[in-house]
Design a protein around this ligand. Structure first.
Ligand SMILES: [Zn+2]
Length: 103
């Protein structure tokens, strides 16, 4: 299974991140976390073919993975691709690092 942690994320500009695949460090997808009312958006085929239509159909943002009785699997109802999820994790770590010494 793909791991979000194999992806390299670089902050690009407000709310936007470049997400590189672990096996193709010369190419990346541009992710905007604020698009689609905070669901996020990515230029990758998975987002265009699976995630965006699911978001339009359900208007219910869902992540890349889902927990089942058999373990963690890729969510068939996902509205976020692995690149959006990786950027969200990166964003969260940025925020935590900024505020951790202020509480
Ligand atoms: Zn993507």
């Amino acid at each position: 299974m793909d791991s979000l942690y194999n992806l390299k994320v670089i902050h690009y500009e407000n709310g936007r991140y470049k997400v590189f695949s672990s096996d193709k460090l010369d190419s990346y997808y541009l992710v905007d976390l604020l698009y689609n009312q905070g669901n996020g958006e990515c230029a990758c085929p998975d987002f265009r073919i699976n995630c965006w239509p699911m978001l339009r159909r359900t208007n219910n943002p869902q992540g890349y993975y889902i927990k089942t009785k058999k373990g963690v699997v890729i969510n068939k109802l996902r509205t976020r691709c692995k690149h959006v999820e990786a950027a969200r994790i990166y964003f969260l770590e940025e925020i935590i690092n900024k505020i951790k010494n202020k509480v």
